[in-house]
Design a protein around this ligand. Sequence first.
Ligand code: PMP
Length: 769
Amino acid sequence: MKFLAANPPDLPVSVVEGHLIRAYGLTGRMKPLYSERDQNLLLRLPDRRAFVVKVMNGSEDAGQLDCQIAALDHIARVDPTLNVPRVLPTLEGGPLSEIAAPDGALFQCYLLSFLEGEIAVERPLSRGELHRIGALLAQLQTAMRGFFHPSLNARPLLWDPRQIGQLSGHVDLLPSEHRGVARQAIDRFLGRTLPRLAGLRAQALHADLHRHNLVVAPDEAPLGVIDFGDMLHGPIVIDLANALSDFSDAETLLPTTEAILSGFTARIPLEDAETDTLYDLVLMRVLVAALIMAYRATHTPDTPDYTAGEAFGSFALMRQIAALGPDTLTDHFRKASGMAPAPGRSVPLSGLLERRRRLMGSRPYLFYDPPLHMVRGDGVWLTDAGGRRYLDFYNNVPIVGHCNPAVTEAIARQARVLNTNTRYLGEQVLDYAERLGALTGGALTACAFVNSGSEANDIAWRMACAWTGATGFLCQDFAYHGITEAIDAVSPSASKTGVLPPHVRTLMAPDTYNNPGLAAEDFAADTDRAIASLAEAGVKPAAVIIDSAFMTNGVLEPLPGYVAGVFERVRAAGGLCIADEVQSGFGRMGGHFWGYQHHGVTPDFVTIGKPAGNGHPIGVVLTRPEILDHFETTTAFFSTFGGNNVSAAAGLAVLDAIDRQDLTDHAARMGARFAEGLRKLQARHPIIGCVRATGLAVGLELVADRATRAPAAAQTGRLIDLLKDEGVLVGSEGIRGNIVKMRPPLVVSAADIDFALAALDRALSRLEP
Ligand code: PMP
């Protein structure tokens, strides 16, 4: 407590003036400035330059001073754009001089450049300014990351919330009506948050950014930070919490903290464990200030009381924080930081559903009733707002795992550097195109970049029309290929009318389970019928489009010779062949990168989407160079976002992840394990009529009667709900709605597969009685 009681030195101005001439060769006008600890004077030179003359408190230790000077020097070197004071050397070149008081006492003295502007305490701050304050704090932390000085933590600084134990004995000095809240807050902090702080990102911190230490200038001039006298080494959240608290008052707490946090986290995103400590740290800051003030008022009543101002030790603020409580405020901090609500913190579903209806159409297409509200993903797992985890065997987009860190990092890194379009030269998109082309074995090396599977198919179709001059389009009888008008025409599974446009013919899907006795050649021969039917209408086929996994048709397994037979017939009629690899590509079917490789064919187009960016929107058409060149003579093809730098970085990161983890082969191994388990289930559960699995493209056909294969569509829907209750997400599919469709991320583990099998076993048992 000795430190708190020491008053600042008080040398006559004339003594300081004489010293400045001798030690620095400077004369100018002098004006005293307020300081809590030191004697500060403003020196304005005739040339308008200004310095703060600091005569140090005799109790300040030399190491502490050296630390401040070294920190300012470090910042000046690391980030010269930061508006912080610079140390002016003496005539002898050192940072410090020694000044003698009339009584002979010696004080350390140094000069800092004066930051022009006004101290922020003098006026209200706009949201924009508060946002900039957050950004400034992050910039300052970034500059101080590499700084260390042994005296940083040499003295226990009472302003450091981790030292609250030293102040907690003084709670009785507070007005009696506030003691209860204070004690509760300290107990919670000591029991819950203090132990957690030790595991958080820590570094040298300014730790005292508040209105008295912030210099604001008009317009967009950089904000300035002064007073490095309270630096400490500790978790970065201490710095942040101090600012959140010091710039807030009871009325402005929410908007102020929102603005500062959004500015800070735009530069330094917070970790979950960090936001988790903010509530307690913000509250501690108010309390520490209140306790120090109360102590001073009792023990050194003549101390100038600038800390009694409204920004410090505000009991109203303390009560407001405590009244909102940790859950509400942590939600608010997370939202302001661009983070999802913490697992376990849910927004009422009914409210969300109502908003969804109002904003996104009154007939929302949602999975499950009641629908799920997901808040985070990680590998094969999704977490809902209630904190419940689900094994995701449905979503085929996050092929290398939800929120794959390598992919998210590649996206973030590129987004920070450049994101523009393919009308400029750029390397990433070429690297990506080369990698994709190489994956086709060099067959299809020309790329057109778009943003979705639908667009990729649309452009492939237009290229086929341009190349062939024909207009007919063939697809499977229950296909899905996308949402554009041209592609909707070959997506009968999404049709509500069942009416096909006149230029489209569908092909009988190679479903050997429901058509026993038919062979590949029989199914392929249906193409002759379709082409003949088009010919009757005077139309030639421009293209056939095939999803290599026949996903909507019920996840049909490859039937050797079938696709080759279709392609042969279409080509003979002058058409081109589109392999829609939106679902089947990227190792989904195991063993090969592309689904069409399972059919032993080479298409004229490969279209990709969904997993290409692992959730970042990417669509690509791969074709032969002459087809792309021809298309570009007929149309000025360009897609604003297609192939942008960030998308290319995402696409490359996905390919890298597949390579590094050997996911194509892993999918084959995991698929085999899953299929084997499913066949065992089939032996015990008669409702499973057929198990179909190619790698991790897996379907179960549920039947009411194995002899007649009568579909068990209602039970399929029920099974999907039961599996959700078991914590496993799957989908339904097929022309009769009786296929359970499962497509886990390729990073699925053996343990995940076994978890899903056990859940299926239980759900099937509950289904049957
Ligand atoms: N092709 C196939 C095989 C698909 O499954 C889908 C999407 N379900 C698409 C194309 C369309 O992709 P997107 O939704 O990205 O436009």
